[in-house]
Design a protein around this ligand. Structure first.
Ligand SMILES: O=C(O)CCC(=O)C(=O)O
Ligand SMILES: [Fe+2]
Length: 413
């Protein structure tokens, strides 16, 4: 069935909200959505790449030949001996972080930076285009009747995580879920970023951090911080599966959880002060307190959650660390580890970063929590065996109900 037929068959006044992982809730899915998601994947893939985006080389549109070329043309992204030398698993578990400096190859630094700049350009291009040209029905949404304001668009240009999306009035959430906005799942837009997602060296790093061969993908974003960025508040990330807000735990027990490994990649690095750099608190993950461990700035963090708190293993006072990283650096951060982002001065160059988040099963139950952000088109292709097997495996928690034990959304118990 071609795209025109899809549109004709859908009652556009009655399109319900698409669940986070529609293939995990297939039986409960509204017939309108299940009809939409039963079509050949080409139609949905095209709808996520409107013509005005002029990005016909997007990985979401790749043929088998393109995937083969990715394998044939791969070269190293990391200098593995430098990486292995710096990575200490026991310390990673005690700290909650592994800071890996200068681990990217010179070519990867160059290509990664170019890829992040291109991804940002694509994001900006979408922000500046006329969203009425988007095929909203094919994305499973009634066309929005409201638009972002010029101020909202101008504010968001050049950076990440700025667009207002507390609701879907202007369609931002839909464009995020389907990765029409390149800042969400940029690996689906830029070939080098897809190369990284599936790269054997990246997967080896994940196996080292999560201590298992069974690695699953959770989410991928651009994290671009421009001059004048106000800074990011202290926070940590939920896991789900009943292990959040459960109080302090031991390193041994922590390993059993269905942990996520937030892998923050900074091809150009950053300075410690006023440069949009990462801040962290070693040992904070063991408190497993994503609800309580929050503060709008360092001062509030020191006076609040951090006050007199001791590291459960080393018994040292917990403290805030402002990282300063040379180009080619990567930070791995365990699920509940507290982090924040420094502000960026008005005269500073953009800080470039992409996050790749992978995860493991709960060692006790064997279940993997549902993916946080695999766009429906990628879940669809993975479920149907239309992707290389490595991606099919990585994306399993977006479609395999047996693997998730019937759970349908990230962070559920
Ligand atoms: O921008 C960064 O360095 C970190 C961003 C972050 O904390 C997040 O995306 O969860
Ligand atoms: Fe974060």
């Amino acid at each position: 069935m071609d795209e025109t037929n899809i549109k004709q068959n859908i009652d556009t006044d009655a399109i319900p909200v698409m669940p986070q992982n529609p293939f995990l809730s297939w039986e409960a899915l509204d017939p309108v959505l299940s009809q939409l998601l039963s079509q050949p994947s080409d139609g949905l893939a095209q709808a996520t790449r409107p013509d005005f985006m002029h990005n016909s080389h997007s990985p979401v549109l790749w043929s088998d030949d393109n995937w083969d070329q990715l394998e044939t043309n791969r070269s190293d992204i990391f200098d593995m001996s430098t990486l292995v030398e710096q990575f200490d698993y026991d310390r990673f578990l005690v700290d909650g972080y592994a800071v890996l400096e200068r681990v990217m190859t010179p070519e990867a630094i160059h290509e990664w930076t170019t890829a992040l700049k291109y991804g940002q350009q694509l994001n900006d291009r979408l922000l500046l285009s006329d969203w009425r040209q988007i095929d909203w029905q094919a994305l499973g949404r009634t066309p929005p009747t409201e638009s972002l304001t010029a101020d909202e668009i101008n504010h968001a240009l050049g950076g990440s995580q700025i667009l207002p999306q507390s609701d879907d009035r202007a369609g931002v959430k839909t464009l995020r879920q389907h990765s029409v906005l390149a800042e969400y799942f940029p690996a689906g837009h830029v070939s080098f970023l897809m190369n990284v997602l599936t790269h054997p060296q990246m997967l080896q790093l994940q196996q080292m951090c999560l201590r298992t061969d069974r690695i699953y993908f959770d989410h991928n974003q651009l994290l671009t911080r421009t001059a004048g960025y106000a800074g990011g508040a202290w926070h940590s990330h939920q896991i789900g599966g009943g292990v959040d807000d459960q109080g302090v735990t031991s390193v041994l027990e922590y390993q059993l959880q269905p942990n996520l490994n937030l892998t923050l990649c900074y091809p150009q690095g950053f300075e410690a002060a006023n440069d949009g750099g990462l801040k962290l608190i070693r040992g904070s993950h063991l408190f497993r307190d994503p609800t309580g461990c929050r503060a709008s700035n360092d001062d509030r963090m020191r006076k609040g959650w951090l006050a007199k708190r001791l590291h459960p293993v080393t018994e040292q006072l917990l403290k805030i660390e402002h990282l300063s990283l040379p180009p080619g650096s990567v930070v791995c951060c365990l699920s509940h580890a507290a982090h924040a982002v420094a502000a960026k001065g008005l005269n500073k160059d953009t800080r470039w970063c992409s996050i790749y988040c992978y995860k493991k099963a709960d060692d006790r139950s064997g279940y993997v929590l549902p993916a946080h952000s695999v766009p429906p088109i990628w879940a669809m292709k993975a479920k149907r065996g239309e992707l290389p097997s490595v991606l099919g495996q990585l994306f399993r928690s977006s479609f395999d109900q047996t693997l998730t034990g019937g759970r349908t959304t990230a962070y559920c118990v």
